[in-house]
Design a protein around this ligand. Structure first.
Ligand code: UDP
Length: 252
């Protein structure tokens, strides 16, 4: 698909939406499904269906997808590879994931653009902020690939950066649990879930949300982070309609 206006306008939202423009961050591992590595097409399809549900509500959607299902810079450098080279390989992995998600979304009739922080004109568009905003305004899903384009960063930081640049009202962080807990709920049955938690508490208690530089950047830009479970069917659309279980990371 190369052109077109929003397909979202066909169905009007039923309730007043909490968010009009969001950035969805998912890790590369979220696309692995039951596998140990790479892309699991049924899992990619399932997440694409969740995004379709959100798009139907007329929400403008930007995305950042990690690359950890294919390559992580730190792993490469631990095996003796030069760190910046390994990080560039990690960034290239995110481009592959972005193209897979674009393919799944376009198979569902959603116009999607991949914008890469590292120009690769034959593959996707280069990242140009104003162009990205225009795509969002036209109802296209915009997937930001290649992280920040710089080694020593993560896609969590890239997600916070792009969400801020796009003027998103919130960063949605899809995980395997339904929010932020004071300890790992998969290991500790007494783990307590926060409905709301401050950026500073997340940093002080080292709660597993995103890496510290991403949290600090979100705090400095007043960007709320909504942590939710990707495994909950219709969870994403539900939150935007004001339902469901999730944690909001925000000023204290
Ligand atoms: N990366 C990078 N700069 C960025 C974003 C990512 O160097 O701005 C590299 C880094 O090596 C990282 C890899 O890309 O390990 C994959 O990204 P990340 O680990 O954030 O993916 P996720 O854990 O979300 O799957």
């Amino acid at each position: 698909m190369t052109d077109g206006a929003s397909t979202a306008s066909m169905s009007a939202p039923r309730v007043r939406l909490a968010y009009k423009r969001i950035l969805l961050k998912i890790s590369g591992e979220a696309l692995m499904g039951p596998q140990q590595f790479g892309l699991h097409p049924p899992t990619v399809d399932r997440i694409a269906d969740e995004i379709v549900g959100l798009h139907r509500l007329d929400v403008e959607i930007a995305m950042v997808i990690g690359g950890g299902n294919i390559f992580r810079g730190l792993q490469g450098s631990a095996q003796g590879m030069e760190r910046t080279t390994a990080d560039y390989m990690g960034m290239l992995a995110t481009v592959m994931n972005a193209l897979a998600m674009q393919s799944a979304l376009e198979a569902r009739g959603i116009y999607t653009r991949v914008l890469s922080a590292i120009p690769m004109d034959q593959v996707c568009e280069p990242y140009i902020r104003r162009r990205a905003v225009r795509h969002l305004e036209k109802g296209r899903v915009v997937i930001f690939a290649a992280g920040t384009g710089n080694p020593y960063f993560t896609t969590d930081t890239a997600a916070t950066l792009r969400a801020s640049e796009m003027g998103c009202e919130a960063l949605f962080k899809g995980t395997q649990v339904d929010g932020v807990y004071d300890s790992d709920p998969k290991r500790n049955p007494d783990a307590r879930r926060y409905d709301r938690v401050s950026y500073d508490t997340v940093l002080q208690k080292n709660l597993k949300v995103m890496d510290a530089s991403a949290i600090a950047l979100a705090r400095d830009n007043g960007l709320p982070i909504v942590v939710f479970s990707l495994d909950e069917p219709h969870g994403l659309a539900g939150i935007v309609e004001g339902r469901g279980r999730f944690t909001v990371v925000e000023p204290g």
